[in-house]
Design a binder for this molecule. Structure first.
Ligand code: SAH
Length: 203
């Protein structure tokens, strides 16, 4: 499948019905998700691999990974309503994904999800709750050898310091996150947020 085809398929996915600000529920834009996944595919991190998507939300990244030939895909998401949307989205595109309703902080989770080769994630940026992305990073690094995460632009230094003993950043890809007006505290109809996709490799 070509990058553009993947993007067009992912464009069809339904978004959060009632997005929750406290959980920073923003659907990853299809072009950004396709870019991350296609990059990972070319790197050999998707096809035939076990993928875990943390904070899977609408299923955007998880479903895309399944479409690109992952051996298995699991999505972890705290919000049951989001999981229902993700399941409908997976059915829409005929993607085989198992969604698990759980907090990433749940200590029994690593055992439940088993081993993953590659983690994908678009964790909360920590705008509502400081350091909300840390448990995502911790779980990713304890679960998989390779992690692709979408972070606020300018996070690299922090991520580098936070993961120094455990991982190295092997790649950084710039991108934009077009954010539609979602919550009442948003002042613009559309806002472009600069982000970076980081590829972390466990030491
Ligand atoms: N890739 C997803 C991104 C969703 S935004 C998509 O395109 O839909 C981040 C997601 O993380 C939200 O769905 C939110 O509900 C979930 N989340 C936030 N905190 C969480 C936690 N502690 N454990 C599991 N999921 C969490």
């Amino acid at each position: 499948m070509k990058l553009k085809q993947l993007e067009m398929k992912l464009q069809r996915l339904g978004g959060f019905l009632r997005p929750r600000a406290s959980l920073e529920q923003y659907m990853t834009p299809a072009p950004l998700a396709a870019r991350l996944l296609y990059h990972a595919l070319l790197r050999g991190d998707i096809e035939g691999k076990k993928i875990c998507d943390l904070g899977s939300g609408t299923g955007m990244l998880a479903i895309g990974a399944a479409l690109l030939g992952a051996e298995s895909v699991r999505g972890v998401e705290i919000d049951q309503q989001a999981v229902a949307i993700a399941e409908a989205n997976a059915a829409l595109l005929g993607a085989d994904v198992e969604f698990i309703v759980s907090d990433v902080k749940d200590t029994t989770l690593p055992e439940r999800i088993g081993s993953c080769d590659t983690v994908t994630m678009n964790p909360p940026f920590g705008a509502q709750q400081v350091h909300a992305d840390r448990p995502f990073i911790d779980l990713a690094l304890s679960t998989a050898q390779v992690t692709y995460g979408i972070f606020n632009a300018g996070s690299t230094q922090f991520i580098e310091a936070y993961t120094r003993q455990r991982a190295e950043i092997s790649e950084k890809i710039g991108g934009t996150f077009s954010l539609q007006r979602t919550f009442t505290f948003h002042t613009k109809d559309m806002q472009e947020i600069e982000v970076e996709i980081l590829r972390l490799v466990r030491k």
